[in-house]
Design a protein around this ligand. Sequence first.
Ligand code: ATP
Ligand code: MG
Ligand code: MG
Length: 549
Amino acid sequence: STEKSLNFIEVIVEEDIKTQKHAGRVHTRFPPEPNGYLHIGHAKSICLNFGLADRYNGKTNLRFDDTNPVTEETEYVESIKNDVRWLGFEWENEFYASDYFDQLYEYAVKLIQKGLAYVDEQTSEQMAAQKGTPTEPGKESPFRNRSVEENLDLFQRMRNGEFPEGSRVLRAKVDMASPNMLLRDPIIYRIKFAHHHRTGDKWCIYPMYDFAHGQSDSIEHITHSICTLEFIHHRPLYDWFIEKLEIFPSQQIEFARLNLTYTVMSKRKLLQLVNEKFVTGWDDPRMPTISGLRRRGYTPASVRAFAEKIGVAKRDNLIDVSLLEFCVREDLNKIATRVMAVLDPLKVIITNYPEGQTEELYAENNPEDAEAGHRTVPFSRELYIEKEDFMENPPKKYFRLFPGGMVRLKHAYIIRCDEVIKDANGEVTELHCTYIPESKSGSDTSGINVKGTLHWVSVPHAVEAEVRLYDRLFTVEDLAAEERDFKELINPDSLQVIEKVYVEPWLKQATTKDHFQFIRKGYFNLDTDSTSEKLIFNRTVTLKDTWTK
Ligand code: ATP
Ligand code: MG
Ligand code: MG
């Protein structure tokens, strides 16, 4: 623990180990509610919880916080497990808060028996009217001082399904005058005749979040229960239940949630984007979801590096998405295979190269990785280069191609532009060039020095592909600071499809696990929509941070 300074949570954990709290044990959990796909904010929490366990020889549970029967689905459970594993973590136990429904019911009974919970029959409006304000105490419910026996009987009958939804709740008897509004006799159980994805129709009463979360931590003997800052005011209640129930004292620790520029980070909003077809699904490459990032070509290492770089804050903040892009660029620079693809083609004819001849040129796969090996790239008389790599009337210091100018073709030869062919509208349609046979890469004896190197693809060997270029999904940096609805701020140009580009034939063997650098064009990966008939590539990120406000 010397290579970096400790974050405030590590300080707490190290102190607990030193004082042998819980025998020095570290047991964390990641507790997603299975009501959507995980996003980059969850990734931060995953890296934090599993990272602490790794660092301190501890364990991490994956616990599905599935106490709300209405919003949860098995599809989400599967996607969450897949995403956690993809990030590189394996949980000690897979648990479901719904497995604790019996235990939680017993806890509620215990509170009633201690005179610390009561069944309230008022309407929610009546209860709200009694809540008071932060500066004025609330009013006690007329049902607050019911006998233990009556409460036990009514709670049992709530469970039996004898009362309609909304007619009764179980409340904890804490303090109607507390300055913390959450302690003013919070509701801990409500009636809901809803089918649950795991417990089916066994229950018609369900515990509220505050009555389920801390107790679940306690049941699992979680030592450090890390959550986001919104829960700071819930902590006294978390501790109150533990104290009154006399159960294992898990400790809640809050940190600031991750917010990213140019995106939203709430499952509810992400679900709206999916349902209302602003994106193609949870894994749309523009989504800040883990599945979206994966499909976009992000690597697990880059997401982990990002989580590490942003650190652990105690105050809410907004992280620039370009930091995330920096992290993936750094990782892809190390691992991506360098290939050639022409996105906007201009034909070049090498007039002194024999017709029908093909040469296989040596191309190293990754100059950053000696182990990456090489492949060959076919060269012939007809090539595509990028349209933007030619200018008829270039400015000074233009190192690409122009009439009379010379460039090197990557892995190949130096060529000179001799003639510009145009159509009736004056559009350049073709360049006629000559190549210097002695200038072959790796064995150049020409003595000619050129400044520019262009990527290219051989026309007869070229493979057609589609590429998808992405921009920010939203037009403003800080969506939380906006009064307009987030759906009014969607960037209409967040996806640019180029239906026909040319890539080198080697890319026919690409898989969705591979990462490529299209030389000079960015990092790309094969999209899951791709087929052997139609290759489709996503641009993960540009080569440099070229994005300007
Ligand atoms: P959302 O509002 O996006 O639905 P949530 O907090 O309701 O998020 P949960 O499934 O309850 O989603 O989250 C599981 C865990 O991930 C929680 O411990 C939560 O604190 C953490 N988490 C969620 N969003 C973020 C975020 N933006 N930054 C850091 N941690 C987060
Ligand atoms: Mg939650
Ligand atoms: Mg939520």
